[in-house]
Design a protein around this ligand. Structure first.
Ligand SMILES: [Zn+2]
Length: 461
């Protein structure tokens, strides 16, 4: 029996043990956003470090940050010039509220049927345990001719504020040929999925100032311009009836989809009827000339996230508001620069705002979109691994959301991430009754074993 088969056998014989360790991990309430859970955060970091040690990762380190610590691990191959995979993960979880909607307590994991219930089961302690189970199965076999590094942060659910400094400080330590990020999910249990693109984000707050204070609309209505109206006029001019964004130069840097990519995206088993169900809208709407999958994956957007102005209480009050505010965000696609977009928005307002008001535009943190080269060894190794276990080609997906850590890794350590994961759309992540589909999780462990060996073989000669 070759090493790969021995490792796969080992995993199959040890699912119960893996699940037991995962259960202990899930019992730690590592809620990063809550001040009361500082101790639990530390415990979870130590748990991860001990876990790494127990599977043969001798070199481990807790990396202190201004917030919650990160955990580093390193398995150094005896083979000279062996390739290096950096495995990323986050050990923090979302708060479990509202707690009374949980059928079993969020931090007392319970198996019911094929599912393991508990906060973090899917996002992403289950994915961490799948990665570590795969590494354990490989290492008990001897040296895989592969360096495997680990970085586990404790602040993903609060926007990874202290990850960039860590990546910078330890850039040499974290050097690798590819990052494995198993924090993405699958489209369905039978559709292994590789995410190769993520949108970026630019986020703004626009404020329009009119009179020095709210005015009586009877005394002053008709002689002053209403800032709420001005704000609405500005916003309505930002996009036309076909959903095309009107900021000058906005699409200049957008890379058009190739025919091949369009074909690949059209293979994704996501139908408009599913999207209608998920959103509850009467009809879908978006940029003319593109499918829904293209619109969310490969086209940029501009959306109002919230508005505030004047009197919004019960009943009526006749005022002309002193100011009006809108939060506006844009999801960006590869090659778009958040700062350039910021300047385009600023120019649009300058050119279109009337002289009757003053305005202020604030820019919040955002990030660039990322796209991985799907021809690189890491992606090919993963695609083959998923196919070996599921017996079907994985689909390649561009995700509409943003994962800041992916662009941060690209920026600071200069490496692409391959994103996958074995969570399912109905795992209730961030919601009550979060769960992990155990049969898919077990397949995931086997797929990762294949992935590590596939990747090592690429560099074998
Ligand atoms: Zn996550």
């Amino acid at each position: 029996m070759n090493e790969r088969n021995t490792a796969l056998k080992f995993a199959e014989n040890n699912y119960n043990k893996f699940q037991k360790t995962l259960t202990e991990f899930l019992e730690i309430p590592s809620i990063s956003t809550s001040a009361e859970n500082q101790n639990a955060m530390r415990l979870a970091a130590i748990f991860v470090e001990n876990y790494l040690q127990s599977i043969g990762i001798k070199e481990t380190k807790i990396l202190e940050t201004a917030g919650h610590p990160a955990v580093f691990g390193n398995y150094a191959s005896k083979k000279k010039n062996a390739p290096t995979i950096l495995v990323y993960g986050h050990y923090d979880v979302q708060p479990p509220d509202p707690i009374d909607l949980w059928e079993s307590p969020p931090f007392s994991p319970e198996q019911r049927g094929d599912y393991l219930y508990g906060r973090g089961a899917s996002d992403m302690k289950g994915q961490i345990s799948a990665s570590l189970a795969a590494v354990e199965s490989i290492l008990q076999n001897g040296d895989p001719h592969l360096n495997i590094k680990f970085i586990y942060e404790g602040e993903e659910e609060i926007g990874s504020p202290n990850l960039p400094p860590i990546l910078k400080e330890y850039a040499d330590l974290l050097k690798c040929d590819v990052v494995l990020n198993p924090d993405a999910g699958m489209i369905s249990p039978n559709t292994p999925t590789i995410v190769y693109g993520l949108r970026g984000l630019a986020y703004f707050e626009l404020k329009i100032f009119g009179p020095s204070h709210d005015l009586h609309s009877g005394l002053f209505g008709g002689i002053v311009q209403n800032p709420a109206q001005v704000l609405c006029d500005l916003i309505s001019g930002m996009k036309d009836q076909d959903g095309i964004i009107q900021l000058d130069g906005y699409y200049d840097d957008v890379i058009e989809l190739s025919e091949n990519e369009k074909l690949e995206l059209s293979r994704l088993p996501i139908r408009d009827s599913d999207l209608l169900d998920q959103t509850g809208v009467r009809q879908l709407w978006g940029e003319k000339g593109f499918t829904s999958i293209e619109r969310t994956g490969a086209r940029p957007t501009l959306d109002v996230n919230g508005m505030l102005s004047g009197f919004t209480g019960e009943g009526s009050k006749t005022v002309i508001p002193a100011w009006a505010m809108a939060k506006i965000s844009m999801r960006l696609v590869p090659n778009q620069d958040p700062e350039k977009v910021h300047q385009q928005l600023r120019r649009y307002i300058t050119e279109n705002v009337p002289d009757t008001v003053t305005w202020d535009l604030r820019k919040f943190a955002g990030g660039r979109a990322t796209i991985a080269n799907t021809k690189q060894p890491g992606v090919i190794a993963l695609a083959q691994a998923l196919q070996s276990v599921w017996g079907t080609k994985p689909v390649f997906k561009r995700e509409g959301g943003s994962i800041p850590v992916v662009s941060e890794m690209q920026k600071t350590i200069g490496t692409d991430s391959v994103l996958t994961g074995f969570g399912l759309p109905n795992d209730n992540i961030h919601s009550p009754n979060e769960r992990l589909h155990l049969p898919t999780w077990k397949k995931g462990i086997l797929a990762l074993i294949h992935f590590f060996y596939n990747f090592a073989e690429f560099y074998e000669n």
